[in-house]
Design a protein around this ligand. Structure first.
Ligand SMILES: Cc1cc2nc3c(=O)[nH]c(=O)nc-3n(C[C@H](O)[C@H](O)[C@H](O)COP(=O)(O)OP(=O)(O)OC[C@H]3O[C@@H](n4cnc5c(N)ncnc54)[C@H](O)[C@@H]3O)c2cc1C
Length: 441
């Protein structure tokens, strides 16, 4: 009996999963396996929010696999050792895994291949699981390994055929094999998570996708930047953990509407960052290009930024939302990142690390490369651009509603006056004075 292993990583779904389909097609029996990899779980900074989301996603994946006659085998430890043990125990002939782009995932893939070769077991990697386009396709005509500017990438991306989403595999059988019960989040991480974080997996992610596509997506082009409207999809954690397929979203979104087109464009940004990281994995921690400003050491300002005490309500509201929900709207991410790097001139790595600590969708490609974009060390074609927090606040929170939602101490300030509490004489004991001056104060 041919046994195959479907090794899940951040493709935690049964719908449109090329890796799972291939494992089921090849094997007379299949082991759906997930390894709680100590190298990821114990890595600094730990992320209690992502650990919590991961455990919920694994539980929902297990439910989805039940409907196919299987169940998820969970192991914990060194991923190479654990996969090796399951291969030995089940005499598996092959392991299937989704291709990924980060430095760590590529080292993992190479080492896994070497280790499995000693057992006469093949490792098959599958493209097109995590992103819509495969990194390297489309490829720039210049012969470079990646596109460095989004607009030409997007043009080519739109013209590249997208494979059809795959149905879940047929029912399958499993060889006898034991796994662990899913641990509780506090067994994996003692640090506190966000009190109002929402967690889910494939089942909840598909429900959210259906709701999003059935109506709100149509207004995405005109409302996505309104901070108080909360009118974006909230699909990012589901995309990060692969509970929802980006390819399926592109197929199901109606790109003939401005909203659908604008939404799919954001998915292309996701692919853009992945193709860049695939070619330049060191861009996860080093400057992609030389930036316009030198960094300042200012631990007090960095701490004021982290704790939402900068004296600029739009910044502080967003930073408090991050800690409370483990999430922040895209426009707010841009405003706070530009403020830290361009206004306070603090190194983007300090901001990116704080985001990685809290974001439930925290992602090497999207987080680090968006930070670099905001800092002017990344792919922004206008690296000197500065986002004035007051102008941004007036434009994207014109009634001050977002700010009052997250800063109860400013609840009595009406309309846009919530953005400039110093003009209304709010005592500094209630709300701090701005830590830096900006134009138009
Ligand atoms: C400084 C900074 C850090 C960020 N860190 C992350 C991160 O760690 N993980 C992450 O997934 N996104 C990150 N983003 C991108 C973006 O802000 C979030 O993906 C988005 O806000 C998530 O909310 P949503 O799912 O409602 O997005 P929607 O607006 O509904 O967009 C749909 C999807 O498109 C993708 N997307 C949207 N905007 C971008 C973008 N600028 N770059 C890449 N993909 C995008 C996401 O997968 C998102 O879920 C960051 C942006 C900035 C400016």
């Amino acid at each position: 009996m041919t046994v195959t292993i479907a090794l899940f990583t951040r493709d935690l779904r049964v719908h449109d999963n090329p890796m799972l389909r291939a494992a089921v097609r090849e094997g007379a029996a299949v082991v759906p396996l997930f390894v709680l990899d100590n190298r990821i779980i114990e890595r600094e900074p730990v992320s209690p929010n992502r650990i919590r989301f991961l455990l919920t996603a694994l539980s929902e994946l297990d439910d989805e696999l039940h409907a196919l006659g299987g169940r998820l085998i969970v192991r914990r430890g060194d991923i190479l050792d654990e996969v090796d043990r399951v291969v030995t125990r089940t005499h598996a002939e092959s392991v299937h895994i989704a291709a990924d782009v980060s430095w760590y995932s590529r080292v993992r893939e190479r080492r896994l291949r070497e280790r499995l070769a000693h057992r006469d077991c093949l490792l098959h990697t599958h493209d097109g699981s995590l992103t819509v386009a495969t990194p390297g396709d489309p490829a720039p005509a210049t012969g470079r390994g990646h596109f460095a500017v989004f607009t030409p990438y997007f043009r080519r991306w739109m013209g590249t055929p997208v494979r059809r989403p795959l149905a879940p595999p047929p029912r399958f059988v499993m060889p006898p094999i034991r796994g662990l019960a899913l641990p509780r989040p506090d067994e994996l991480c003692a640090e506190p998570g966000s009190p109002q974080m929402s967690a889910g997996g494939e089942t909840s992610g598909r429900k959210l996708m259906r709701q999003w596509l059935s109506g709100p997506i149509r207004r995405y082009d005109s409302t996505s930047d309104h901070l108080a409207a909360d009118a974006t999809s909230h699909l990012s954690p589901y995309l990060h953990f692969g509970c929802v397929s980006a390819t399926e979203l592109v197929h199901r979104a109606d790109t003939s509407t401005p909203g659908g087109h604008a939404f799919v464009r954001q998915l292309a940004w996701r692919d853009f960052h992945h193709q860049l990281l695939a070619d330049r994995p060191e861009a996860g921690w080093t400057d992609y290009r030389r930036g316009p400003v030198g960094w300042r050491e200012d631990p007090d300002a960095a701490e004021a930024w982290r704790s939402g005490r900068t004296g600029y309500p739009v910044i502080d509201a967003a930073m408090r939302q991050l800690v409370t929900e483990g999430w922040m709207p895209g426009r707010a991410r841009l405003i706070v990142a530009a403020f830290l790097t361009k206004t306070l001139r603090i190194d983007w790595r300090i901001g990116a690390a704080h985001f990685q600590r809290w974001l439930v969708d925290g992602d090497v490609a999207n987080n680090q490369l968006n930070w670099q974009w905001a800092a002017g060390t990344g792919t922004d074609t206008r690296p000197n651009r500065v986002l004035n927090p007051l102008r941004q606040a007036e434009r994207h929170d014109p009634d001050g509603e977002y700010v009052r939602r997250w800063l109860p101490e400013l609840a009595d300030l009406s309309g846009a006056s919530a953005h400039t509490p110093w003009r209304s004489g709010v005592p500094h004991s209630v709300y701090p004075a701005p830590i830096v001056e900006v134009k138009g104060m």
